[in-house]
Write a new protein. Sequence first.
Length: 264
Amino acid sequence: MTFIDRLEHRCPWLAIPGLIRYVALFNALVFLLHYIAPGYESVLTLNREAILHGELWRLISWIFIPETFQPFWILFALLFLWFLGDGLEEALGAFRTTLFYLTGMISCTIVALIFGSYGANTFLNLSLLYAFATLHPDYQVLLFFIIPTRISWLAIFSCILTAIGTLGQPSAAKAALVITLANYLLFFWPLLFSKYQSTRGINSKNRNISLLKKRNIEEVVPLHCCMICKQTDQTAPQLDFRVANNGEEYCMQHLPFQNKEMLG
């Protein structure tokens, strides 16, 4: 029994079924409040100075700020967040999904308190994408609403772009990326390693089968072999072979002259 299994057995109350759905709904609420009272979301941000001055709600409220306030994109962003949460909960269960999200949130909060906040909600939501892609690598999504793409490739592409994008950003962005990847690996490294071992085993098995087939082909004893050029009915099936007067076998090209006359 793993540590997480023991924790789930002792603290089942930690599980929050539909947690990511609630996060998506509160994101939608903050989006609406933004248009009713522009700038309202500023009281929810993960601001280190404000937290140190007693605004402790910011330790949690930042996860409810949507990644975009563009009316066209917000619907797709929230539906995708909802979709990722449902996929994770279906595969992991409510407890592990809750634990994964909460440890990511706490990690990002600690990083923000040390280095300052820089797009923590974006990095946290990306970790949900990485987790979903690990559990459902072959799931197809429409890239740009047109191109069918495996979600595992989308996750890899997003990770690479995010890593490149943080190179010229403050240390807070780099730290947020590192801590969310570390949280992801903490939960999914065993699964990644087992998939690697399984793939390696399949490749090794296929390689052994190929070598065995090649060896079997090589071990086939030819019926005919030319005494001069050593070609056989296996290596050159188009050739005709004859037995000469001396008892040796030749292809028609190298058959001794007197034997050719007799055939003629």
